[in-house]
Design a protein around this ligand. Structure first.
Ligand code: SF4
Ligand code: SF4
Length: 359
């Protein structure tokens, strides 16, 4: 029996076991450099599975530990695209009929019943006034499936955007773009979702989409006739055009900004925006605190590494006596909010939520 395609196995075989990838992996570093959490160990998954000729639940869960930040791909001396291979493993497992962890396994049903990867239509309706009616327009705010889990994030972003631009949003009926399905390994379902989403946006006559979450932004950026940008970049455009200004903070806040490993531009834009607020001191955090666009998916899959990673980050914020941890993206914010509940007092928010307090 062959579980994984031969081409995939050959790529894994190129590894010379040098360990360079481990030493940049944020999860490996935050989890006390345990080999289990490093990219080098992920490369053993297919071979072990092929040799054992069976797949355990532990193996399937393990395939969701990587946060797909891609930083290990950049340092591998033999050019193994490790993060892409991890995604290929997830796809191969799903293609073969293996059942992923429960919250990942429920995504196809959620998509067919509600048109969402997670959350619900009812929850998705909460962040807009009940009488909100979307109009057609050039520019749309894409609140993503995250808006049903973090309405506070969608509200803050939309509120800021509406201060300086003509922007609509679809609201309750907005469809999933398929990004989280892709990260989960549902290759074909994710393509179908993207088609439906694109059709909905075209019907609304959207030419530009401002996206709440970067995993979704990355996925829809391949659309040729619709421009897509992250909400943080859109807000920065408003500030640079002189259409948005922030008030001074009177409290002398100490904050840490947490980004994605591979999002230099988004991380810098977030720092630039927050630096506009006088009285806010941005404290540098170590590089390992960043993670990848698949972090929320790993968290939903119950991965041990991402939970441990965020616990360590929250503990660090306590040790550094930070007032706030500000995340560059709402998908990271949701993880921290869930893990911190009742255990950590630091204020947790994403960039739009933080900025909205100074308008
Ligand atoms: S993609 Fe990122 S999280 Fe995944 S193994 Fe590589 S460095 Fe670690
Ligand atoms: S950096 Fe590349 S060759 Fe070195 S251990 Fe990692 S995957 Fe293998």
């Amino acid at each position: 029996m062959t579980v994984f395609p031969e081409s995939l196995l050959k790529s894994f075989d190129l590894c010379i076991r040098c360990g360079a990838c481990n030493h940049v992996c944020p999860i490996f570093i935050s989890q006390d450099k345990k080999e289990f959490f490093g990219p080098r160990a992920y490369l053993q998954i297919p071979r072990i599975v092929e040799e054992e000729l069976e797949i355990s639940v532990d193996f399937i869960e393990y395939a969701y530990e990587c946060t797909i930040c891609g930083i290990c791909d950049e340092v591998c001396p033999v050019g193994i695209p490790i993060s892409r291979l991890v995604l290929a493993v997830r796809e191969a497992l799903i293609d073969q009929g293996y059942v992923p962890p429960p919250k990942v396994a429920s995504m196809p049903t959620k998509l067919s019943e509600e048109g969402l990867a997670f959350g619900s239509r009812e929850l998705k309706a909460r962040w807009l006034p009940p009488d909100y009616k979307p109009s057609k327009g050039d520019t749309f705010f894409f609140a993503t499936c995250l808006s049903s889990e973090a309405p506070e994030s969608a509200v803050a972003a939309f509120h800021i955007l509406r201060r300086f631009m003509e922007i609509e949003t679809i609201g309750r009926e907005e469809l999933c773009c398929g990004a989280f399905l892709k990260l989960a390994g549902y290759k074909y379902l994710s393509e179908g979702a993207l088609e439906e989403f694109t059709s909905q946006m075209r019907t609304s006559e959207a030419r530009k989409i401002v996206v709440l979450s970067r995993p979704c932004l990355d996925f829809i950026q391949r659309l040729k006739d619709i421009e897509a940008i992250h909400v943080v970049d859109a807000i920065r455009e408003g500030v640079e055009a002189g259409e948005l200004k922030f008030n001074v903070s009177k409290k002398g806040l100490r904050i840490g900004i947490v980004g994605y490993c591979d999002s230099y531009d988004l991380n810098c834009a977030s720092v630039d925006l927050i630096s506009q607020i006088k009285g806010v001191n941005t404290i540098d955090l170590p590089p390992w605190t960043a993670s990848g666009i698949g972090s929320l998916l790993s968290f939903k899959a119950g991965a041990k590494g991402i939970r441990g990673h965020f616990l360590k980050l929250l503990q660090l914020s306590k040790d550094m006596k930070l007032n706030s941890l500000v995340f560059v993206d709402s998908s990271l914010y949701i993880i921290a909010r869930e893990i911190a509940k009742g255990k950590f007092k630091v204020n947790i928010c994403d960039v739009p939520q933080f900025l909205s307090k100074f308008l």
